[in-house]
Design a protein around this ligand. Structure first.
Ligand SMILES: [Zn+2]
Length: 206
């Protein structure tokens, strides 16, 4: 597994992640929030083949350059089935307040339990875990084999996601963290949408 974080900055700084199979050099790009050129340059330089863009949730700082990147790469983008309301409504994805409305209406929708796998290397995959709370469409992409989880804005190193945006629900957020994230094995590394990575064990012991 190759896991590379690229910080991209628009109005906020967001972690975009490349999750790549070492053997085939094929993989996924998670949350292209800004700076399309920077992300595309990384792909070109490394000669990676991206098969799909995966979205942890439909906030502007995670979806800002989805259109550009997916068009350049000719790949689909995946989001939770609840993401449709966020992706197609600039008020809900908050882009309306940032001066550059975003509407994305071509997503492939996934749900809890779905597995997103490489075409020719299906054992390289990520399973969808639904973790509502920060938004209704928040999901985690988890690899049991590689012991990594891309957790979006649900949990951060030493803190948790905000719940004051549309669709936020604090009780649900804590339930998602307790029941869906902290129940993963302690050694699983958690890669959030902002700030540093952490692990299940480290967050359990706070
Ligand atoms: Zn968010």
């Amino acid at each position: 597994m190759i896991l590379e974080k690229v910080e991209v900055t628009g109005i906020l700084t967001t972690n975009s992640y490349f999750y790549i199979d070492e053997k085939t050099q094929c993989g996924f790009l998670i949350d292209p929030g800004a700076e399309a050129e920077k992300l595309l340059n990384v792909i070109n330089q490394k000669h990676w083949h991206i098969e799909a863009v995966l979205l942890t949730h439909g906030h502007f700082d995670h979806i800002g350059v989805v259109q550009k990147v997916c068009e350049a790469l000719a790949v689909p983008y995946y989001a939770h089935e609840n993401a449709q309301t966020y992706l197609t409504d600039p008020q809900l994805n908050l882009s309306a307040y940032m001066g550059k409305p975003i509407i994305l209406d071509q997503a492939t929708y996934v749900k809890a339990g779905d597995v997103i796998a490489l075409k020719d290397q299906p054992e390289f995959n990520l399973r969808v875990i639904d973790t509502p709370g920060h938004t209704t469409d928040s999901i985690v992409y988890y690899s049991e084999k590689n012991e990594v989880a891309f957790v979006g804005d649900t949990i951060f190193k030493g803190s948790v996601g905000a719940t004051h945006f549309p669709g936020g629900n604090e009780a649900l957020l804590w339930r998602s963290i307790r029941d869906k994230i902290l129940t993963l094995p302690d050694q699983v590394r958690l890669y959030p949408g902002h700030f540093e990575a952490t692990s299940v064990g480290a967050e359990k012991n706070i």
